[in-house]
Design a protein around this ligand. Structure first.
Ligand SMILES: [Zn+2]
Length: 372
């Protein structure tokens, strides 16, 4: 039995000012920032291809858990279109910035061909807006982005700095993060922890505030054996239906439970159902962690089906696997899944470790991550 020192994380809020305060008023400034942002666009690479549960009810690049709602995006008032006239032979280009990861379409329709996607903060040449769509130039050709995802100035992103304890992870070897939502549960979560401890591996638990309150000793054990504990909200409401004030209240209530049970706040947040609309992204002051491998364990409740589903994915490197710590069949699954992943050469790491060792030393508050 191997007992890990638990991972100490320091969270540094790099800047407390609000997003979007940096205004750019001249083309020179835009050009300068464009140059800077090209690098940012590479660093925060677009994360696409999120598995078959992806529900495209909005144009942000997002995936959904089982009960993903089909709400339409809130139509936001559009800023005035900037018309740029040709001056001599030189063409002045206008750039706007993605406020989150967003898809790029060939036509003004969510059903039209997806040409690609750009990640939050990436500049793109902007032509104009009509019928709820922004016209842009993507890879030299005209394309469209659903309105509401581009801002005139470089969005400001608060970040948290990840800090992980050295425990011999080799960044050059493949690694995968197991994540367990909806617990803790005295029976199934305990069984999962027994398995993790038996194999000397760790995972990330996105626990619910009210259950941490009810079963503090289980959450304490999660952390004591080296696992990461993030928040999955206080009591699993669909956050897309909450107001800004309600969202902040949910976070504060959960922070208080974590403080009381673990002695510190959490670093990562997983929204229930993976749902995080613009209001959620602006008001949950944490990086939002979704997944790119969905076990569907909540549906199957069957070890064999869970394993078959998970192993549809062939390369898990940098991936985040979604499971739920409240099902006995999931506990059964983990007993086979962990040794099989180890046999295939994967290092089992926490989400913070996965991000850190894949080069994301900072994560943006309010941004959605699905893998690294
Ligand atoms: Zn959940």
């Amino acid at each position: 039995m191997r007992l890990f020192d638990y991972i100490k994380k320091s969270v540094i809020l790099c800047n407390s000012s609000k997003r979007g305060e940096i205004g750019i008023s001249s083309l020179i400034a835009i050009t300068l920032i464009y140059c800077t942002c090209t690098g940012i666009g590479v660093k925060y690479k677009a994360l696409t291809n999120y598995g078959p549960t992806y529900v495209e009810e909005v144009e942000s690049v997002s995936s959904g858990e089982a009960e993903t709602t089909t709400e339409q995006p809130v139509e936001e008032a559009q800023p005035p279109v900037i018309k740029v006239e040709k001056s001599g032979e030189a063409t002045s280009k206008v750039y706007r910035y993605a406020t989150e990861d967003v898809n790029i379409r060939a036509e003004q329709s969510l059903n039209s061909t997806k040409l690609g996607s750009i990640s939050a903060g990436t500049p793109i040449e902007y032509v104009g807006t009509s019928d709820g769509w922004d016209s842009v130039i993507y890879n030299g050709v005209p394309a469209f982005i659903k309105s509401g995802y581009l801002s005139e100035s470089m969005p400001f992103f608060e970040t948290v700095t990840l800090s992980v304890k050295e425990r011999g992870i080799d960044p050059n070897l493949p690694m995968v993060a197991l994540t367990f939502d909806d617990g803790p549960n005295p029976s199934s979560t305990t069984r999962i922890l027994n398995t993790l401890e038996k194999f000397g591996v760790v995972a990330t638990f996105f626990d619910l505030g009210y259950l941490v309150d009810a079963h503090p000793e289980i959450t304490q054990r999660e952390e004591a054996i080296g696992c990461e504990v993030g928040s999955h909200s206080y009591n699993h409401k669909n956050l897309n239906k909450l107001s800004a004030a309600q969202l902040k209240q949910d976070v504060e209530k959960t922070e208080a439970v974590f403080e009381r049970v673990l002695g510190h706040k959490f670093v990562l947040f997983r929204p229930p159902y993976g749902n995080a609309n613009n209001t959620v992204q602006k008001n949950i002051n944490y990086p939002l962690i979704n997944w790119n491998v969905d076990s569907l364990d909540w549906k199957y409740r069957d070890k064999t089906k869970n394993l078959n589903r998970i192993f549809q994915t062939k390369n898990f490197d940098g991936h985040i696997i979604l499971m739920h710590s409240i099902h006995e069949a999931t506990a059964d699954t983990v007993e086979d899944l962990v040794p099989e992943l180890l046999r295939r050469g994967y290092q089992l790491v926490t989400v913070s470790e996965l991000a850190y060792y894949k080069g994301y030393k900072e994560l943006r508050v309010g941004s959605i991550y699905r893998g690294f």
